[in-house]
Write a protein that binds this ligand. Structure first.
Ligand SMILES: Nc1ncnc2c1ncn2[C@@H]1O[C@H](COP(=O)(O)OP(=O)(O)OP(=O)(O)O)[C@@H](O)[C@H]1O
Length: 415
């Protein structure tokens, strides 16, 4: 029964195993089974396996789960590391915050130990449950797409070798091999959506809607998403340019795009411009697209979208960056590096603003909207303008976009 688990790992890892890898183990059945199967795979393939557990400090039972993992690790002679999360501030969604923090802590740990690849224990049931929960929220193709079996995030390659394996198969193996695991008490409580979804799947099974069918649909969705991403990339190459970090899109061409490609292009443009982690919501994006189609301006996601000279211009809204200040040599608005002949610590990078812009001759010839230039980075000494690279005020200074302007196009294919 271990053989199919090892085969799934081999299929994921390919022909060239790494010298070292990590596995994230919570102490639950899925990740314990993954750890045991990986221990076999790694010892057969000369891979050094490191185990990481994150203690979120949120549940009493966590200590027992960690002790269980430590015990199992000594049985298989594996190094076990525990990272502690103390960042919960009582605000927002606790589970989502804990998850985000977990990925970051694991990535930092992996980076510090020169581990480039970390395995996670997601199963086919996780995929099916996530699919149903997203369905309940009216998700589109992206939300309903299967989880990636391999993806790079926070600079680490994350692999999920058990995505096609059912949770029950993992537990059957553990029982047969007499390996203990911890049952998370929240897995029993109907207060949690995931538990209610699990129950609903039993009923849906009578209609043939099983975890397996949902995984199949999620796989179809992932392929459709890939095609949509590709079309959006081609559309961007055909009609968009990056001018001083401002995105300019040919309005006549944009109008002819299928609705979904236009939406994706706009979402990507806004997300890239603002560098927000989460994309803007559907409704405001639909309103912004409707506005620009009729030549009007919209503000959303910390960006302004306006139409001038037959182009749609998307840039940072001055209001969103007006209080952003950094020293010369630091990254302004998380994307601009301003360099020049001086790095006096009293110099500050702040937006140019309308008043200073009005005093600069020839800004109209640059061809960018006035609001875009007003929100561009400038160097100040108190209230004295030292440089404004976009408007050519003091040529000795320059503003460099983090990742360069090709990053805008490349990011469209980075799922
Ligand atoms: N506390 C933890 N310490 C280490 N790894 C963990 C921990 N919790 C979860 N993991 C890893 O993440 C995998 C998925 O766990 P779980 O389904 O609970 O995550 P989730 O919170 O639903 O997040 P996701 O959105 O990634 O599914 C586990 O199989 C395990 O590999």
């Amino acid at each position: 029964m271990l053989a199919p688990l090892i085969a799934a790992i081999e299929a994921q890892m390919g022909a060239a195993p790494p010298a070292k890898m990590g596995v994230a183990v919570s102490g639950g059945g899925d990740s314990v089974a993954l750890m045991v199967a990986l221990a076999h795979y790694c010892s057969d393939n000369g891979v050094e396996l490191h185990v990481i557990t994150v203690d979120h400090g949120l549940r009493d039972g966590a200590k027992e789960e960690i002790a269980l993992v430590t015990d199992l690790c000594s049985r298989w002679n594996l190094a076990h590391h525990v990272e502690y999360w103390t960042g919960w501030d009582g605000e927002g969604n606790m589970q989502a915050s804990a998850r985000d923090a977990r990925y970051e802590l694991i990535a930092d740990w992996a980076y510090a130990h020169r581990i480039g690849i970390v395995a996670l224990g997601h199963t086919a049931d996780d995929q099916a449950e996530t699919f149903l929960m997203r369905l309940a929220r009216g998700a589109g193709v992206d939300g309903l797409s299967a989880m990636a079996a391999r993806r790079i995030r926070h600079g680490i390659t994350w692999v999920r070798p058990f995505l096609a394996i059912e949770r029950s198969a993992l537990r059957n193996y553990l029982r047969a091999a007499q390996i203990a695991w911890c049952e998370d008490p929240s897995n029993q409580s109907r207060q949690f959506e995931r538990v209610r979804v699990r129950d609903a799947l039993t009923i849906l099974g009578t209609l043939g809607i099983t975890a397996e069918t949902l995984v199949e649909v999620a796989d179809h969705m992932a392929r459709s998403r890939e095609a949509l991403d590709w079309q959006t990339f081609l559309a961007a190459q055909d009609m968009a340019q990056v001018v001083h970090g401002v995105i300019a899109i040919d309005l006549a061409k944009f109008r002819l795009l299928p609705q979904e490609i236009a939406r994706r292009l706009m979402v990507h443009t806004l997300t890239w411009t603002s560098q927000h982690i989460y994309p803007p919501r559907r409704d405001p994006v639909a309103r912004a697209i409707a506005a620009v189609r009729t030549g009007q301006t919209a503000t959303l996601n910390g960006c302004q979208v306006s139409v001038e000279n037959g182009m749609i211009w998307v840039f940072r809204e001055l209001n969103a960056v007006k209080d952003m200040v950094c020293e010369v040599g630091d990254m302004w608005d998380d994307r601009w590096l301003i360099t020049g002949p001086e790095d006096d610590p009293d110099l500050e990078v702040r937006p140019l603003g309308y008043e200073a812009l009005a005093d600069i001759d020839g800004w109209r010839e640059i061809g960018l909207p006035r609001a875009a230039l007003a929100a561009s980075p400038a160097v100040w000494y108190n209230d004295v303008l030292v440089a404004a690279p976009f408007v050519g005020f003091d040529d000795e200074w320059s503003a460099e976009l983090d990742g360069g302007k090709d990053a805008f196009f490349a990011a469209l294919l980075s799922h």
